[in-house]
Ligand binder design. Structure first.
Ligand code: NAD
Ligand code: TYD
Length: 376
């Protein structure tokens, strides 16, 4: 029976992970910790709110003393570290928060784990699992092989650089102090409870409201999409089978161009609307509500500075060593995701009306991005 601390528990992946873990490991105790920044949302933890083995703690990973207290008081043996500033666009506008949380915050958590666990060290019974990103590897050329764990780090955005720095600290704490760590570097996640500032949820909610669907630059950038539950299963596999001090790449075997992702969402919406009058009535501003094509809303806008062209993951090491493998194809996962946003309108309406809205208003004038070089 584990006593697990999940940092960033009220975020997108954190809330999915807590729900996944509670379902699959009902005798484990889970402490979900989160500072509840603009990205944290307690509504995403509602499915576990009544679970007596789950406790939510509001706390900041940068507060080393508080982290020390929680790990010691709660007898934590497993830390799944997800708390981070996570949005590349925000890191371009304001990198400081990324250094502070992702680098300094991770270091405070590492120090606290080391201090508490070195007081009562029991070999393999402890684990610090660090969740990182494929963005640390930089951008791939069109025909280059996917990232492996041996690919050299070449982070391009302040977000990616801050994650790379945190990965190195985790590595160093293992190498120098013997802290029992594992790290996973995963590709772009998507699924329920994803904040609509990222491509897939933004496209879905804007489409439902009949708003512009902004595609940066030429829309030919490629990401390797991973359904969030498959990511959670991947972390579980690494916690159970991963070797200490090792890193594992988790991907979805689903490389897609951004423009095709956006068109895929539009196609799902068109089809769902065509067969459901109630949904057409609920979202009257969506072109599909009157038999139109949702893809009419696509608008090519100014590109992101330093925009990485392609990410792709080779998950072979995780597959061979831990049995990892994604269950969802991109098509099945995307359909589930579109259906989830249609069914869970109150969740994203509340998010859109909250503090996240302020950032959008600041950087997207009137909800519209600065126009790029026209429609393609
Ligand atoms: P998210 O932004 O949705 O959630 C991050 C959570 O961390 C939020 O709930 C926020 O309140 C919390 N947080 C931020 N600063 C904190 C602090 N100082 N102390 C405590 N909590 C704090 O992000 P996400 O998409 O769920 O990503 C989770 C992790 O997975 C991150 O480490 C991210 O780098 C990594 N990751 C994400 C993706 C992806 O596609 N979303 C891909 C690869 C890796
Ligand atoms: P995003 O979801 O922000 O994830 P990341 O930057 O971590 O990959 O973006 C995914 C891709 O979609 C990325 O190439 C940027 C692009 N994008 C758009 O084209 N339009 C948008 O409105 C957003 C948010 C992203």
């Amino acid at each position: 029976m584990r006593r697990m601390l999940v940092t960033g528990a009220a975020g997108f992946i954190g809330s999915n992970f807590v729900q996944f873990w509670a379902e699959h490991h009902p005798t484990d105790n889970i402490i979900g910790l989160d500072a509840l920044t603009y990205a944290g949302n307690l509504a995403s933890l509602e499915p576990v709110a009544d679970n007596e083995r789950f406790t939510f703690v509001k706390g900041d990973i940068r507060d080393g003393e508080a982290m020390h207290g929680i790990i010691k008081r709660e007898g934590i043996d497993t830390i799944v570290h997800l708390a981070a500033e996570s949005h590349v666009d925000r890191s371009i506008h304001g990198p400081d928060a990324f250094i502070d949380t992702n680098v300094r915050g991770t270091h405070e958590l590492l120090k606290a784990a080391r201090d508490v666990w070195s007081e009562d060290w029991s070999g393999g019974a402890r684990r610090f699992h660090h969740v990182s990103t494929d963005e640390v590897y930089g951008s791939l050329a069109p025909n280059a092989p996917p990232f492996t764990e041996d690919t050299a780090y070449a982070p391009n955005s302040p977000y990616a650089a801050s994650k790379a720095a945190s990965d190195f600290l985790v590595r160093a704490y293992h190498h120098t102090y013997g802290l029992p760590v594992t790290t996973t570097n995963c590709s772009n996640n998507y699924g329920p409870y994803h904040l609509p500032e990222k491509l897939i949820p933004l496209t879905i909610v804007n489409a439902l409201d009949g708003k512009q669907l902004p595609v940066y630059g030429d829309g030919l950038q490629i990401r390797d999409w991973l359904y969030v539950r498959d990511h959670c299963r991947g972390i579980e596999r690494v916690l159970e089978k991963g070797r200490l001090g090792e890193t594992y790449n988790l991907g979805g075997n689903s490389e897609r161009r951004n423009i095709d992702v956006v068109k895929g969402i539009c196609a799902h919406i068109n089809k769902i609307f065509a067969g459901d009058e109630q949904i057409r009535e609920r979202f009257p501003k969506c072109p599909a509500a009157v038999g139109g094509d949702t893809a009419e809303l696509i608008a090519f806008v100014k590109d992101r500075p330093g925009h990485d062209r392609r990410y792709a993951i080779d998950p072979m090491k995780a597959t061979l060593e831990t049995g990892y493998g994604p269950a969802e194809s991109f098509e099945t996962g995307l359909l589930k995701t579109v259906r989830w946003y249609i069914a869970n309108e109150p969740w994203w309406r509340a998010v859109m009306n909250g503090s996240y809205r302020e950032w959008i208003d600041l950087h997207y004038s009137g909800g519209k991005r600065e126009a790029g070089s026209g429609k393609r």
